[in-house]
Design a protein around this ligand. Sequence first.
Ligand SMILES: [Zn+2]
Length: 125
Amino acid sequence: MSTASRKRQSLLAMVSIGLTLVAFILFVLATFVSQVASYSTYIMFVGLAMLILSWGIYFLGGRTMKPAQNQKENVMTVIGCKNCDYREERQFASGDYVTKELGPCKKCSGSSYIRAIYEVETKKE
Ligand SMILES: [Zn+2]
């Protein structure tokens, strides 16, 4: 999970930098190239939109990175069933979230789902 989000993070950063560069090139073109002077307003507008988009991507990318750093080994996922009292706990796996459907229940083959996710301080034997 952390490796994947780091990959995603660097991809977002690259997209962000790319958009900023394109925006900069568009601004330069609109300002200095006389052939496109009649379109300069549109080019400026597109450039500005790209610049805003790149900032948005960078901001969102930075925000989604933080929860991944809190991910620890001693996080447990509680699995429950909608039809019976089946309950199971296992190590948190990447992609787990509360209310996620997990397919048929082991006890009654009803639909099982993630009831809760919690962090434990010490292991209970
Ligand atoms: Zn069940």
